[in-house]
Write a protein that binds this ligand. Sequence first.
Ligand SMILES: [Zn+2]
Length: 311
Amino acid sequence: MFGQGEDFARLVAQARALRAPHALLLVGGQGRGKSHALAVLAQALLCEAPGGEAACGTCAACRKVAQDGHPDLHSVGVPEGKKDIPVEEVRALESVLRLAPAEGRARVARIDPADRLNEEGQNALLKTLEEPRANTFLLLAARSAETLLATVRSRVQVVEVLPLREDQVRMRLRAAGIEAGDDEFAAAVLARGSLGLALDLLNPPARALAGELATFLAEPGSAGALGLVRAWLGGGEGRREVVQRAHLVLTVVRVLLEARLESSVEEPAARDAWIALAEGALQAERDLELGIAPEVALLELFTGAAGVTRG
Ligand SMILES: [Zn+2]
């Protein structure tokens, strides 16, 4: 069903029967599909269809979960322009979870990414973890369990989100009307084992972007960078969409760089330049999260790129 193996399917069936552990922590690297797995569990917990081993996907409750509009699903994340999840949001969760479900079978709280809870936030969460209530479920996602305090880790059940096989990703892309192709970029994306990442990066507009970025990175020039950045960000409407476009650019850059570094037989100087670029891309991600203008964050990276690869 979901390419996550029997253990995960069993967990979904438990969620469907409201017999899942009260607190689950889904772990896996970036782009692995943790958020999707959380949504599958949330849907299973709140689905109103009778019986079944998983959510039906079509009832009113399932549709509300899919649109993040179910009154019994409380999602906590990092607000735009903030570095961490504010502790107030965690405390608010504690009082929300005390209440009976508003309309559904259960109360579900989703914290994603949980590795962005600071120590104060994690300590605030302990109270909720220590006193589980009937039909109340806490779903967390993080890159690894080690990013959380031992006191939190010991109170959650850790579940690893597995990478999908390449053929599984290809099959699902095809169902969505996308042909992955056989080039180096497609191979690098598919190797990540994440359907979400593949859907984001292998559609025609994103592929065109990847092609332009690959050309630019092979022969960077700061004048070209300005045009490229403006053209891409200019297609977005409103700040949120522009920020999303900037994140997409950075993800493409990282995949291109990692593919290049893996297959690289280049001289050490060239390798160092590519590693510097990868670090620049991470810095740009942090800049975006801190609310720095997307155009500024990207230009910094690309004009820096022009410097390192020329020199
Ligand atoms: Zn349903």
